[in-house]
Design a protein around this ligand. Structure first.
Ligand code: GDR
Length: 332
């Protein structure tokens, strides 16, 4: 039975990936950070097959211990301070966890058994945020980075150090440069879920407005369930490499709002949307769209869920959750 070790197990991607690997017959180990982590309790109910191992990306000895216990064939480093807006307020913490955490994990792999004879394969969750103020459109694996947030800067370090350890020590290490990927498990702080949840609550009469920041920025949004397959495929190749994972289709936040409100039968979305400086960022990434040709040709990967289906899936999920919480029935 192959063994996988996942950091960021309580996040959206960690949960999708754990489920996917379990379906493939893996023994799945998830790193749990902190004392009495409330998300671990939730996860024990949701995905009871996961074996939890304590550890923290800020603490190298704990990573060495965790890998010694799990003895994984594959390590997926999804753990990070992942909310771009928060990284402006906690820049040093972001650099430490999202950036230096990758270096610590790579060192732990070298210590526990990442050499060529006994190679632990490593996946690093890189991000389209690294492209930031984009130098070309669409973005590929060869597009230069110009990050626009402390999060983006930390991800660039994580990406570069992964490439460096691959080239220096022969580790099987891959970076997946993933564009935005969403779904019902997305946290409410991210714009897609914030909008789909608000549309559901407004439909149910539980709230009047949603307050947003910049609704002109554009994103290439895919479904998280499709994207975790690409992570796994990267670790099954003969040679390690880096891949852009994206849909190649771009939408504005306004498109997202229009679609989500249309799902609940509200056409005049404008009367339910307010904007506030609080949700604008000091520097913005305006125009992200990825070219996933390399992943399509070399990995045989294809995104399956369209943007419209994704929004529909998320609104339906939020309607169900919010109606249940409030003891309401979903109006037709
Ligand atoms: P992003 O995702 O920063 O792209 O990073 P997010 O959903 O937070 O923002 C997307 C865009 O929406 C604009 N926006 C708002 N965003 C939030 N969160 N809340 C608002 O009220 C709001 N109003 C407008 C933002 O300005 C931005 O332009 C995500 C994360 O998952 C990262 O970890 C990951 O690396 C990248 O995607 C790829």
């Amino acid at each position: 039975m192959p063994r996988a070790f996942i950091t960021g197990i309580t996040g959206q991607d960690g949960r999708h990936l754990a489920e996917f690997l379990h379906g493939k017959g893996y023994e799945v180990f998830g790193m749990i950070t902190g004392q009495n982590n409330p998300k671990a309790t939730m996860l024990r109910e949701e995905l009871p097959f996961i074996e939890f191992v304590p550890g923290d990306l800020a603490d190298l000895p704990s990573l060495v211990k965790a890998l010694t216990v799990a003895q994984p064939d594959e390590v997926y480093n999804l753990g990070a301070i992942s909310f771009v807006a928060m990284s402006f307020n906690q820049a040093e913490l972001t650099a430490n966890i999202t950036g230096l955490g990758v270096l610590r994990m790579l060192e732990a792999i070298r210590m526990v058994g990442g050499n060529e004879d006994n190679a632990i394969r490593f996946y690093q969750a890189s991000s389209s945020e690294m492209f930031g103020k984009v130098r070309e459109t669409p973005q590929t694996e060869l597009t230069p980075f110009h990050p626009r947030s402390p999060y983006g800067c930390a991800k660039v370090f994580g990406h570069d150090i992964t490439v460096n350890y691959r080239e220096s020590y022969g580790l099987y290490a891959c970076s997946g440069i993933l564009f935005n990927h969403e779904g019902p498990r997305r946290g409410l702080e991210f714009v897609t879920r914030k909008v789909t949840n608000a549309a559901a609550r407004i439909k149910l009469g539980l709230q009047e407005h949603v307050v947003l920041g910049n609704i002109d920025s554009k994103r290439d949004w895919g479904f998280a369930g499709d994207y975790v397959k690409a992570m796994w495929l990267m670790l099954q190749q003969d040679q390690p490499a880096d891949y852009v994972i994206s849909t190649g289709v771009m939408h504005t936040i306004e498109d997202l709002i229009r679609l989500a409100f249309a799902e609940v039968g509200i056409e005049d979305w404008q009367s339910h949307v307010r904007q506030d400086q609080r949700f604008f960022r000091p520097a913005e990434v305006d125009l992200l769209i990825g070219d996933a040709t390399k992943a399509k040709t070399q990995l045989g990967w294809e995104p399956e869920v369209t943007f419209a289906d994704l929004v529909s899936m998320m609104v339906a999920n939020d309607l169900e959750i919010e109606a249940k919480k409030a003891g309401l029935t979903i109006p037709s």
